[in-house]
Design a protein around this ligand. Structure first.
Ligand SMILES: O=C(O)[C@H](O)[C@H](O)COP(=O)(O)O
Ligand SMILES: [Mg+2]
Length: 300
């Protein structure tokens, strides 16, 4: 397998851009680190829009809904509509609504933040747990008697929960011991890149449940085929004329490759240059560059 092509000149950028009409952008580690926009990302996105390219934002970060992401983009000076965003929280809500046809009288027990709650609500799906302040406490002796399987709970859905605790894990496990209870995850990323460091990812939230229940969740984020099928159905792009831009090999680049898309890897997030140049690298991007903003910088 030929190695990835590093883009370092104006000509190489022009040649790269001429290959694609649509761009799928990962967010954490590509556009920003936490709430800090990476250099020349805004200028690059504007430049691509001016060249008539379509921009689609595909994030595994389930802490925010599409609506909340448009606010984050706007705060960073970038105008993006909810229609241009496809997050793993939305992917999970669509899966429950359209694929599972989740019963209206059942609830989802959420291990996650408001992003999941808002997307479930937007699909008319009931939920418990999540950001409920009553669950942000230590487990008490009486809880061991009171926590029992709840027949109204039809699914346990885990995402990046920044307030996870033993009480929530216990409620989830007790309900997962009922075989009919669905076990889903918005995504299972091992780490979360923010503030220039790697923090525990969404995968670390469901891992204790995988160990204790001996069940594996269905993951609805990148690199799942379920998410790619949804994204393709919604945006109807030509895979060969579409490029997935990401900072992770095992999610973003794998997602693009499995979907038949081109792939651009940037070095501002999780994986490093040595990861992608390694002899035994399983997933090798087609193109790579130091940072997304290089597109603007190299063309100006
Ligand atoms: O743990 C997580 O959820 C991920 O690290 C994070 O959300 C990744 O987001 P993305 O890079 O797909 O925007
Ligand atoms: Mg990322």
């Amino acid at each position: 397998m030929t190695g990835p092509a590093k883009i370092t000149s104006k000509t190489e950028v022009e040649e790269f851009l001429s290959k694609y009409d649509d761009f799928l952008f990962d967010c954490d580690g590509v556009l920003w680190q936490g709430d800090v926009l990476l250099p020349h990302v805004k200028e690059t996105l504007n430049l691509l829009r001016e060249k008539g390219k379509r921009l689609i934002f595909v994030t595994n970060n389930s802490t925010k809904s599409r609506k909340a992401y448009t606010k984050k983009f706007s705060k960073l000076g970038i105008e993006v509509t909810p229609e241009e965003i496809f997050g793993s929280a939305y992917s999970a809500a669509v899966y429950l609504k359209k694929v599972v046809k989740f019963p209206a009288d059942k609830k989802v027990l959420v291990l996650g933040e408001s992003g999941i709650e808002e997307e479930l609500a937007s699909e008319g799906i009931q939920f418990v747990g999540g950001t409920d302040p009553a669950l942000r406490r230590d487990i008490q002796p009486e809880d061991y008697d009171e926590i029992v399987p709840d027949p109204s709970i039809g699914c346990v859905l885990s995402g990046l929960d920044l307030h996870i605790n033993y009480l929530k894990l216990s409620m989830a496990l007790i309900n997962l011991q009922v075989p009919e209870t669905l076990f889903l995850a918005t995504n299972i990323d091992s780490t979360y890149p923010t503030h220039g460091k790697l923090f525990p990812g969404a995968g670390t939230i469901c891992a204790p449940l995988v160990l204790a229940s001996k069940r594996q969740p269905i993951s609805l984020g990148k690199p799942s085929k379920a998410m790619m099928d949804c994204v393709k159905a919604k945006f109807e792009f030509v895979p060969a004329r579409t490029c997935m831009v990401g900072d992770r090999l095992d999610t973003d680049i794998r997602f693009g490759q499995d979907g038949g898309l081109g792939t651009l890897f940037v070095l501002t997030g999780v994986n490093t240059e040595s990861d992608i140049l390694a002899e035994n690298a399983e997933t090798v991007p087609k193109h790579y560059m130091t940072k997304l903003g290089d597109i603007f910088e190299l063309l100006n």
